[in-house]
Design a protein around this ligand. Structure first.
Ligand SMILES: C[S@@+](CC[C@H](N)C(=O)[O-])C[C@H]1O[C@@H](n2cnc3c(N)ncnc32)[C@H](O)[C@@H]1O
Length: 162
């Protein structure tokens, strides 16, 4: 499998946001991704990441290593951590991408962890879910970050540090 667009079509929900993730990763040296599944967002981030960039992906599902395509698995800039993202230390990151349970408290905890990791940009999939939208709005209000939403059936929120 060499074609990201074709791989994304298997999972459907990331199709409208692949090019935005690739663009955001182009401005980052260090990226943390929470929620990998079959690695569509992972592939999109790796496509934009500079040659000396690093991507740490965290997923609780032990089957993820078998689910991601060779394009992701064999990229030397990529590290996978099989863990609950609330229970591990995150490295310093310019960009954080969040796409896990979409539960309110979990999303709020991830936003706080991203802030603590020094992220300048945070992207979240499934902004159309009320729990995600609410957690994002609370964070943006408290921290004074800007919010843009790329519209789709799922919605991609992009939060930027002022
Ligand atoms: C919607 S899928 C991610 C889709 C992926 N971003 C893509 O582009 O295809 C959600 C993923 O979050 C993972 N997940 C759920 N809860 C988690 C947690 N507490 N910590 C880490 N990963 C979690 C699930 O195992 C699942 O693989």
């Amino acid at each position: 499998m060499n074609d990201l667009a074709e791989w994304a079509r298997r999972y459907v929900d990331m199709v409208p946001h692949v090019s935005t993730l690739t663009r955001l990763a182009g401005d980052a040296r260090s990226v943390v991704e929470c929620g990998v599944r079959g690695g569509v967002s992972t592939w999109a981030i790796l496509d934009g990441l500079p040659p000396d960039g690093r991507l740490l992906s965290i997923d609780i599902d032990p089957d993820v290593p078998e689910m991601v395509p060779p394009r992701v698995r064999d990229d030397p800039r990529w590290t996978l951590l099989t863990a609950d993202d609330r229970k591990v230390e995150w490295p310093v990151a310019d960009l954080v991408f969040i796409d896990t349970s979409h539960e309110h408290q979990h999303t709020a905890d991830e936003l706080l962890a991203a802030w603590r990791a020094g992220a300048r940009t945070i992207a979240l999939h499934d902004y159309m879910l009320p729990a995600v939208e609410d957690a994002v709005c609370v964070f943006v209000r408290r921290c004074g970050w800007s919010l843009e939403v790329e519209p789709s059936e799922w919605g991609l929120a992009v939060l930027r540090c002022p």
